[in-house]
Design a protein around this ligand. Sequence first.
Ligand SMILES: [Ca+2]
Ligand SMILES: [Ca+2]
Length: 354
Amino acid sequence: MHVFCSFRQFKNISCCSLTIWLVLLAVNYTMKHYVIISLLFGCSLSSYSQVPLRTYTYVNKQMTWAGAQQYCRANYDDLATITSSKEMSSPAFAYSQVWIGLHDDPNAWMYNMGNESNSWRWSATGETSPTGYKNWSAGQPNNKDGHETCVVMNPNGQWDDVICAQLNPFVCYNVTNQNQTMYVFIANNFTWNSAQAYCRQYYTDLTTINYSDDNAAVYSAKPQAQLVWIGLYRVSYTWSDNSPSTYRSWYYLSPNNYKFAEFCALMSINNWDDSPCGSAFNFVCERVSKQKTMMRIKIKTDSDITNSVINAQILQQLSAKLSIQGWTGFDLHWNIKPQKIKQETGRTSACNFS
Ligand SMILES: [Ca+2]
Ligand SMILES: [Ca+2]
């Protein structure tokens, strides 16, 4: 297959002819791959094939979720990630009560302020506190009923994880020209996400609290009897193989974190329920086919494209775009053949996928 098109993205890089080999180790569908290439380079492709790259195996052994994960990693690639209803229609899932790779990790959020996938993060940084400061109320955080992934400051200044859809006033912060942090109480009753959007539009963000002094300042900024949103949140369920897939097929009452003891996803014919990770069930493993794709791009430009700084910037941009699209495990590198470099003028160019 050959595709030619005008190549506009890198006009400012220019000067010679070079070849880029993009080696993509894909864990998604071939179709998605082509869609991404189309997005990156503005080319339309005339044909594609759909090849599912995940293959699933039902394992008839009763194990805890962690035991199943270990077994799958030793004998396949990992516990199963499911990214679509089409994948879920695999015969491997035609059984009641099987572990899949979706889980929450209470050790990452209940006892510390770590930086794991399920840990608490501050809205302003997307990361945990560098100081590890926390000020939970007794017995919190507890993820009651399985949906408490946003944090309020109680009237007494201590924190509690609650459902993000609650409607609460909130405290934004701003950094002044003198590098001072100002805390601003907003009396509107908003969900956590709406409060975050409001703070980002009119101030810097929802509050970050790294020290007891910060906590005292936020406490002072709000009316004494008032409960408020602060900028702390977390993502509760993530996949064992670190897939960014947001596909979910929870039973309508799940997850419910029944008895505060359910953090692993158990599947029963399309319906997922959070269950105690220590219970023993059969499970489904996955094997992920790595797809190696080489994309040859010919660029004719008029600046020094052999400049390593420019080359690194291009790869950074490509990597960022692929990551945003949900790609993992890819490797991009240049393969420049100096002997083929020849001086060209003008800024028109072509890309050639073969
Ligand atoms: Ca709670
Ligand atoms: Ca449950």
